[in-house]
Design a protein around this ligand. Sequence first.
Ligand SMILES: C[S@@+](CC[C@H](N)C(=O)[O-])C[C@H]1O[C@@H](n2cnc3c(N)ncnc32)[C@H](O)[C@@H]1O
Length: 311
Amino acid sequence: MPQRDTKIERPAHLSVMRDEVIEYICVSKDGHYLDGTFGYGGHSEGFLGAGASQVLGLDQDQSALDAYRAIGAARNDPRLHLQRGRFSNVKELTQLRDWDGAILDLGPNSGQLLTPERGFSFNEAGPLDMRMDTQNGSTLEEWLGQQDAESLADALYAATGMRDSRRVARRLLAAFEAGTLKTTEDLAKLSGPRRGKTHPATECFLGLRMAVNDELGEVRRGIPAILDCLKPGGRLGIITFHSTEDRLVKHIFKLLAGRCVCEERLCSCPRVEQVRWVNRKPLEPSADELQRNPRARSAKFRCVEKIATEA
Ligand SMILES: C[S@@+](CC[C@H](N)C(=O)[O-])C[C@H]1O[C@@H](n2cnc3c(N)ncnc32)[C@H](O)[C@@H]1O
């Protein structure tokens, strides 16, 4: 029998828009920074390289933190502190306040996507799991067991704007209830055979992953929690990889910048300016970066600066 390799490895990983993140967040010597989606530590290493005096790296995935503690380049740097948890809970996870800046680089890491046992892959059979945090929350299988056709369709539509979410939800639940949907391979097959470049199951996997991990809820709760921890003048940058996610970040930033987001004739938006835009137009990876890392192609980076408000 082939021996399983127990060496800790991490897939080749390139951080997205790393230089731009450091520049836009204005990382300075002696500042302290929060990396709310630590992953393989690329952005944290950028903060450290720019002279940060302290970096807190949060990730909900214990295995990403373990891999970094074993082989990460800055694992012995006393300025780097790693903690498991969700960024929406940052205020409960640390007493530290008055951060100079924070980054969120949303979505899963390459290890999660490329390890079939984690249940994210439509190319290989794996369990119906898809949790980024394997120690908490419902697996995809448990979550599907709690849905009816309407709630599943609503979740898929909310996550990706899926046009035929009702039909897809009915088909998924019928297979699930008949016992023919047991693995990610079964799930992929439900979307039909691959024709073009994009796998037909891509949108369905994305929607289910976002629902299982409550990714939009994390963004909704996480942005105000992180802003509370920043000092006035501190900056929050967010990299998104999907239009629903980017629209949500834009909407929340707009609201926090004191703009109207309600589109009603009688506006009821609070119009209290809590942040100012650093870049109103989202930044995208350069052609150079895309050549090195084609996976960055859908990335968008938005950044705001916290404004001092009167007490
Ligand atoms: C795209 S990767 C980050 C890559 C990282 N910036 C780097 O350069 O290596 C996203 C990471 O964020 C984690 N993550 C996603 N949502 C999270 C959340 N709500 N709270 C904490 N970690 C989260 C995932 O587990 C994953 O490891």
